[in-house]
Design a protein around this ligand. Structure first.
Ligand code: KIV
Length: 272
């Protein structure tokens, strides 16, 4: 059992801030359904992110933009039913918070009420400041997300490393300080230079969780389907694959198909 699992019976936003203070790294993985969430939670992962990456991973869309608030609530409520320990953070999907703070608050309230999630995550810096403040004011914890923000993919044009240029790096540092000041309990930094991510993590007192942001931050997040190798076409440098489930599952399905065709399955002990 991990140190954190023994230390925290239930992970809260406060536990994450304590972990940063104590220098204990935070583990975070995605889940979008009951079965996967149960395994991830049982393994002692601190935070489960019901990411809008469900749009890619579960629905096969090219981007995260098409997933709806109703679909996020469906995924999040399935995850919540499985959880005993992890903090569950739910992405506010594209189009559910960008137009104005009132709409952002309505969307966040729907997530909290209808899914039972514990916090929401939103992409962006000063452009979403008022919405973040409004949501926080209602007592809903908010995790920020800076760097590569996939909901803005059509503005960026590519999924390459962000904030390599001084001007963008400076803006990111300012946005991180703004998110902390506004009251966010943590920030995700996606695909930015490791040195910049470390500098940001050292400049704020809230936890900074990286994906493709190096080792100098307070925790790491990966998309579960990628790290267990269920997906195999997406191969960024930051992705460590702990399994090759794509191959193992393909072998299992092939074998099952052959066994059914040959009449080997079911055998005498597999029937009533
Ligand atoms: O949606 C998601 O999975 C995310 C992570 C990549 C941080 O936002």
């Amino acid at each position: 059992m991990s140190v954190a699992k023994k230390e925290y019976k239930r992970v809260t936003v406060k536990s994450l801030i304590d972990m940063k203070k104590r220098g204990e790294k935070i583990s975070m993985l995605t889940a979008y359904d009951y079965t996967m969430a149960k395994i991830v939670d049982g393994a002692g992962i601190d935070v489960i992110l019901v990411g809008d990456s469900a749009s890619n991973v579960m629905a096969g869309h090219e981007t995260t933009l098409p997933i709806t608030l109703d679909q996020m609530i469906y995924h999040a409520s399935s995850v919540i039913r499985a959880i005993e320990r992890a903090l569950v953070v739910v992405d506010l999907p594209f189009g559910s918070y960008q137009s104005d703070p009132k709409e952002a608050l309505r969307s966040a309230i729907r997530i909290m009420k209808e899914s039972g999630g514990h916090a929401v995550k939103m992409e962006g810096g000063k452009e979403v400041k008022e919405s973040i403040k409004r949501i926080l004011h209602a007592g809903i914890p908010v995790m920020g997300h800076l760097g590569l923000t996939p909901q803005s993919i059509y503005k960026f044009g590519t999924y390459t490393v962000r904030a390599k240029e001084e001007q963008e790096a400076q803006r990111l540092k300012e946005d991180a300080l703004m998110l902390e000041k506004a009251g966010c309990f943590a920030i995700v930094l996606e695909k930015i230079p490791a040195k910049l991510a470390q500098e940001v993590a050292q400049s704020v007192s809230i936890p900074v969780i990286g994906i493709g942001a190096g080792a100098g931050v307070d925790g790491q997040v990966l998309v579960t389907h990628d790290m267990v190798g269920m997906t195999h076409e997406f191969n960024p440098r930051f992705l460590r694959r702990y399994m090759n489930l794509y191959e193992e599952m393909t072998n299992a399905f092939t074998q099952y198909g052959e066994d059914v065709k040959s009449g080997d399955f079911p055998n005498d002990s597999e029937q009533y």
